[in-house]
Design a protein around this ligand. Sequence first.
Ligand code: RP5
Length: 165
Amino acid sequence: MAVAPPVAIIMGSQSDWATMRHAAETLDALGVPHETRIVSAHRTPDRLVAFAKGARDAGFKVVIAGAGGAAHLPGMTAAMTPLPVFGVPVESKALSGQDSLLSIVQMPAGIPVGTLAIGRAGAVNAALLAAAVLALTDGPLADRLDAWRAAQSASVAERPVSEAP
Ligand code: RP5
């Protein structure tokens, strides 16, 4: 069986992709191979169990899990794998993602989920954290991460400009 890429990006629904694609794009920019899957804690529980229990043996090193509303995916994944799990609260229509955030962040002691910000910022930062974990044992990736951060700093203007009305 083919060895999985180091990062799995899982999400509860197709509707989460608009947010989670930012994690995928950030990993692409850093040259970090990844796989994307829809895994719903509620609608596809058997898929969740199979993924989470098999993730380490499959070869994944880090899991990024995005979900919205009653966002149980990151926590349930963390309950079934020893791999680091980073949770991304997707912005919900009803409660602007505050439901997602609280569902993901308030884990009981013993089963950690590294919880990021709501929405795009969380997805980007989950990818950067995943890359940082992998960079601990991957020198070339560490160099690419340094270059990414330097490019980000260089892209910030010294002074603001007026925008066209
Ligand atoms: C959650 O329910 C998903 O993670 C998604 O954020 C939310 C809504 O899903 P859809 O009804 O759009 O499929 O499980």
